[in-house]
Every structure is written in C-alpha cells, then in structure tokens.
Ligand binder design. Structure first.
Ligand SMILES: Cc1cc2nc3c(=O)[nH]c(=O)nc-3n(C[C@H](O)[C@H](O)[C@H](O)COP(=O)(O)O)c2cc1C
Length: 485
C-alpha cells in the first residue's frame, strides 16, 4: 500500500513542549537608526553576503527557530536617517536560497507581497527554497497597500479594485492548491516500465476566482513540508483575522504587556473560531534587546546609540544633512508642552522643569529611565536629547544585562502574551552575538528554550503537523480530466 504520510522525522510531529519560539530578524544595518555608526558595526551593504552568513551561523549555533527576512518592493532615500536598513537589501527569497546552502537546521522565512506577485510564481519559488533547504522555508505574506510600491508596478490592474484581504485569501487557496497538485509519491521512477511518474498523482488546479485564474499543475513537486508554513505581520483587525485563519506564525508589535496579553487571547479565540487548534498559530512579538555583560554596560551601549543619532542642533553640519523636520528642540517642545527656546540637547532636565511636563512628556521620562537608567535629578540625568530619541524611536527596546533581558522575555511568555519573539538587533555583529552568547543560555537554563534542534524542518520547530497530500482517488475525483491510462 502506498505510504502517504510525511517523509519527515517523527520529531517533526512533536509538540513544542512549552518552549518559546525565537526568530532572528535579519537587518544587516541593524534596527537602531544610528546602529550602523557604532564603532565596529557592519555598515557596508556590499559586504552583506558575509554579514548574512555570519548572522545565520550565529543564530543557528544558538538554536534560533528561524531567520526572518522582511522585504519591501520599493526604496526611498528619505529613509536614510529613520530606517537605513530599508535603503538597499538583497531580495528575501534569494537570500533564503543562499542561506539554505550555508545552514542545516534553522528555518528561513522570506517575504512576498500578495498585491504585486503571482501565486503560481510564488508557489514555485517557495516550494523550490523548501526543497533546497530540506523543508526549512516559511513564507511571509504581506498584504499592504503602499503608493511607493504601486508606483513600481505600472497602472493598477483589475485586482487592485478588489478587497486586499479577499485577494490574499484567494492567493493562499491557490498556493495550497498548487502545492497539492503533486502527490507525495508521484515520481515512481519505474526503470523497468519506463514510467517516471504516476500521472494519476499529478492533477491540475483549474482555479478560476475573482483575482486569479491558475490552471496548474505546479512545475515543481510538493514542498518537503507539504505546505510551506505561512507567516503574517499586521496590526489591523483584518490582518489579525487573516493570520487567525491562514497563518502558522503571526508577528505582532504590541506596546505593553497588557495589550499583548489581550491581543494574544483575542487572536487565539479567532484561531479556534476558524476551526483550528489555538496552538496552530504561533504568535511572536518584536523585541529589540540592547544587551551588555552588565546592566551598566548595556546602558553605555544605549547612551552611545543616542549620541550617534543625528539631531538638528542648529550647527551648519546638521543643516547640511537635511534631517527630518522632527529632529529639533522645537518639535520636542510640542510634545512636552514647555517653551524650551534656550535649551541645549545635552542639558539635564531639572526636577522643576520635569514637574511641568505634559502627561506625554512624563511618559517619555519613564521610557528614558527604563532604557538608560537615567533619572531626573540623578547622577546620570535625563537630557533633552534622550527625551527626543525616546519620542522618535518607538521600537520595543529592552536594555539590560542577560538576566534583565531574559526576565523580560520570560515575563511576557509566562503571562500568555506571546508564544515567542522575533529578535531585532541594534547593530551587527556584536549585539546579536552577545544576545546569542549570553541571553540564549540564560533562557535555556530557565527551561524556556530547547538545547538543540529536535527537528529538521521549520514545521518541526513549530510543532506544526505536516498537511498530508490529498489521496490519489480524491484528487482524481476532483479532476477527472487528468486521468490517463
Ligand atoms: C511587525 C511587522 C512587520 C512587518 N514587516 C513587513 C515587511 O517586511 N514588508 C512589508 O511590506 N510589510 C511589512 N509589514 C506590514 C504588513 O505585513 C502588511 O501591511 C499587512 O499585510 C497589512 O496589515 P495592516 O492591515 O495591519 O496594514 C509588517 C507589519 C508588522 C506589524
């Protein structure tokens, strides 16, 4: 009898055993806007292949579940001072294919946009990288509407008139349908009879929908993982619903533990309402750790990053940079509600001045204290520069020793606010490698991460069962025209 079960190891079917999932966000210029200026930081995109390789090997050695490769089908030189990592980066699927050959166990998540790609090409590319990596690929689908991207793809077609999430749902139907057009054992390779395939196991798709018409079958066999795991990131209700119904991993960016826990429970309820077990969706939050051997070391790294963040301090040098219009004392004044005409950026905020701040200003003081240990009236005082940076950089930054960072991750995980984290780095390589060398072992000693890869596929890392291929009889019933003798 034909075996239609997974060729993957038993471990790939196992539960995650209560471990938190760790993904590494790949941004070679780092995620702190001035990170690339830090002494010794990687800052040359022309040497990215080496940087990617070094990051991937460090992440794999530490046992990360996957590398996350974001993408954007546009660029904008005006992002120079706010998001330098978006200026130039190697296409995410090409990167995943490159890293597939370098790594052995870690998952590789690449990004495709549903509005400006064809599901046939995406199904093929994703199945290809999944095959090349032995079942480690994950596909992040973005469903955004972005004028800069649209400007790169000619006049909008009929698809642009449709609801973007309905298009995305149909896109997923086509992807999965195409991955199922090849049965598991379609390649019979019968040397004696000369039949290399069993044609009954290769079926067309014949999809005709509002957005796509795709005949199939796919021109590459079924992915190692059956269906490549799908990833989504988005904050709107529609994005949440799409993730609940379709995704295996959902990347979120909550601003507080309370919000995260509420969103987590709401999302898991939606997963169940969609007829899936709550564990089918792994919810991971972004986190940007700034770590040092000691808390004081970490504060020093954060202070240096703040100093390197260019602001308009009225000097001719700053004027030449053409900085965004919100990088000056005038802008800060609007936020904290006080005239600051004569203030210099590095002046300490006095207790008297702080007592007159707006609620928003008081919140910024809290952020500065949490990130840098600086206090109003303290030996290391809060400065106006620190306040402005806290206002402009809203990333989920956690600064501290390995114990501090592990405490934060553990608190969120144990509060059922997340299943894991997508870990950003302020700059490469020191910050990521310090996290891998010091924080991951701390998590391990607390029983929060496993000590080695128990599985060989991304699905295995997630504890997500591999969808079986439709049985030949069923496939034949669906598509009788494909029957051959
Ligand atoms: C944490 C996070 C990461 C994201 N990464 C990307 C990305 O790499 N590329 C992209 O085009 N959009 C990215 N997005 C945007 C969303 O994926 C996209 O716009 C989403 O499909 C639509 O959701 P929305 O309705 O919340 O805008 C990201 C969003 C979040 C919250």
């Amino acid at each position: 009898m034909t075996n239609h079960t997974s060729p993957a190891s038993d471990a790939d079917w196992s539960e995650r055993d209560g471990h938190l999932v760790l993904g590494a966000m790949v941004r070679t210029l780092g995620s702190f806007p001035s990170g690339w200026r830090y002494p010794g930081a990687h800052n040359d995109p022309s040497t990215d292949p080496r940087a990617l390789k070094r990051l991937a090997l460090a992440a794999e050695k530490a046992g990360f579940d996957y590398l996350f490769l974001g993408d954007w089908l546009a660029t904008d030189p005006e992002l120079e001072f706010s998001d330098p990592h978006l200026l130039s980066r190697i296409d995410s699927l090409s990167t995943a294919a490159y890293l597939a050959a370098i790594t052995r166990r870690i998952g590789l998540v690449g990004t495709v946009e549903t509005a400006h790609s064809e599901p046939y090409a995406t199904a093929r590319a994703a199945a290809s990288v999944d095959r090349l990596s032995g079942g480690r690929f994950g596909l992040n689908l973005t469903v955004g509407a972005d004028a800069k991207v649209e400007a790169n793809f000619g006049p909008p077609g009929a698809r642009a008139q449709l609801d973007r999430f309905e298009v995305a749902d149909e896109y997923v139907t086509v992807l999965r349908g195409l991955w199922d057009t090849w049965g598991e054992d379609a390649f019979t390779r019968n040397v004696a009879t000369a039949a290399i395939i069993d044609r009954s196991r290769v079926t067309p798709l014949d999809h005709v929908g509002p957005a796509f018409e795709v005949a199939g079958p796919l021109n590459v066999q079924r992915p190692v993982q059956g269906h490549v795991p799908l990833v989504h990131a988005g904050t709107s209700r529609r994005a949440q619903q799409f993730a609940a119904e379709q995704a295996d991993i959902y990347v979120v960016a909550p601003t507080s533990l309370g919000d995260a826990a509420e969103f987590y429970h709401d999302t898991k309820a939606r997963v169940e309402a969609a007829g899936r077990p709550a564990s089918a969706l792994t919810i991971v939050a972004l986190v940007l750790p700034i770590v040092g051997e000691t808390r004081a070391d970490a504060w020093a790294v954060y202070d240096r990053l703040v100093e390197l963040f260019p602001v308009d301090d009225g000097t001719p040098e700053a004027a030449k940079l053409d900085l965004p219009g919100n990088r000056n004392i005038r802008h800060l004044r609007q936020v904290i509600g006080l005239p600051l005409v004569e203030r210099r950026f590095d002046e300490a905020v006095t207790p008297g001045t702080a007592s007159r701040f707006t609620a928003a200003g008081a919140r910024l003081v809290d952020v500065v204290t949490r990130r840098s240990g600086r206090t109003i009236g303290g030996k290391r005082p809060v400065t106006y520069r620190h306040l402005l940076v806290a206002h402009l950089i809203r990333s989920p930054i956690v600064v501290g020793s390995p114990t501090d960072i592990a405490d934060h991750l553990e608190t969120w995980f144990r509060a059922s606010a997340v299943d894991g984290f997508n870990v950003l780095n302020a700059f490469l390589h020191e910050q990521f490698e310090t996290f891998a060398r010091l924080v991951v072992p701390e998590l391990h000693s607390r029983g929060l991460v496993r000590d080695d890869y128990g599985a060989t596929t991304l699905r295995g890392h997630l504890g997500s069962p591999r969808p079986p291929a439709p049985l030949p009889a069923l496939a034949a019933a669906i598509a009788p025209t494909t029957r051959t003798d």
